[in-house]
Design a protein around this ligand. Sequence first.
Ligand SMILES: Cc1cc2nc3c(=O)[nH]c(=O)nc-3n(C[C@H](O)[C@H](O)[C@H](O)COP(=O)(O)OP(=O)(O)OC[C@H]3O[C@@H](n4cnc5c(N)ncnc54)[C@H](O)[C@@H]3O)c2cc1C
Length: 289
Amino acid sequence: MTTEPTAQTEEPAADAAAEPFRFFRLEVARTERLSPTLLRITFGADGDGSLDGFASGGFDQSLSLFLPHPGQAEPVMPTGPDWFQEYRALDPGVRAVLRSYTVRAQRPGEVDIDFVLHTDPAGPAAQWASEAEPGDWIIALGPAVPDNTGVRFRPPEGTDFVIVAADETALPAAAAILQALPEGQPAKVWIRVPHTDDAIKLDTAADAEITWLTGATGGVVDALRAAELPEGTPYAWLAGEAGMVRELRRQLVRERKFDRRAVAFTGYWRRGASEDQFRYEAEDTDAEG
Ligand SMILES: Cc1cc2nc3c(=O)[nH]c(=O)nc-3n(C[C@H](O)[C@H](O)[C@H](O)COP(=O)(O)OP(=O)(O)OC[C@H]3O[C@@H](n4cnc5c(N)ncnc54)[C@H](O)[C@@H]3O)c2cc1C
């Protein structure tokens, strides 16, 4: 879960120029259906400067989106200095819906975000994406400096091989990670998707062995358990449905005895919980220690 952008923006910045996250208006430029499950939305209205200062750190760079509820044309979102208090004071049924997503790519004046169009049940973000048209807009609390806490993929010096395990929601991040890995970097990758046609082409210069899986998320857990891993120092990046991520992490740390600092893991969603419920539970668990 990512709550850091919110937390960091709450603090008054000593030096405004160094503030790691700030608000951007994201206007839909075009959409492209990548696969049965994934829709790419490219944001950035021609030359309006709304993405000036957007500075993705690449890899799994996350950001917070503020979206309209179904039936609303635009997000109801305060973006001034007291935005957090003002946002909290608004009716949850009216104020913008907050959801976490990944910067799949950034080019001058443009940002791509790949949305999973889940329908069982659909959530407000998936529904908004499925109906998005050029000219529609949302608000993002996005990166204003490339080195920020929304980038979690950070293999330490001396890493010999990389493990990536993801589901469809973490496929955009996994794709960006693979694209950024150095040439020849040994990597083993498992990606679970709902349909075989979701196995999109992934560009990488790494020496990556990519395994696509469909079916239950438990398939990724079993596949990793059965895998023969290379010799050397590993670094693992795990993201997707929270139950799957927990199982994968347990397996690497308890069974394979990975150093826990070499396992970056993030629950991206939880079956049966909206992101608001999931976020609330995560905060509750943190508070309990
Ligand atoms: C750091 C981070 C980065 C993320 N990056 C991306 C990204 O790039 N692309 C992306 O699509 N998602 C991404 N996610 C996941 C996304 O935030 C969640 O899937 C979110 O729940 C979607 O919001 P929603 O409004 O559509 O559904 P919600 O209102 O949050 O949930 C409604 C219902 O749908 C279920 N649900 C949520 N997601 C799925 C799913 N994928 N399949 C089936 N059921 C689901 C929930 O369990 C709930 O029952 C990311 C999450 C995090 C924490």
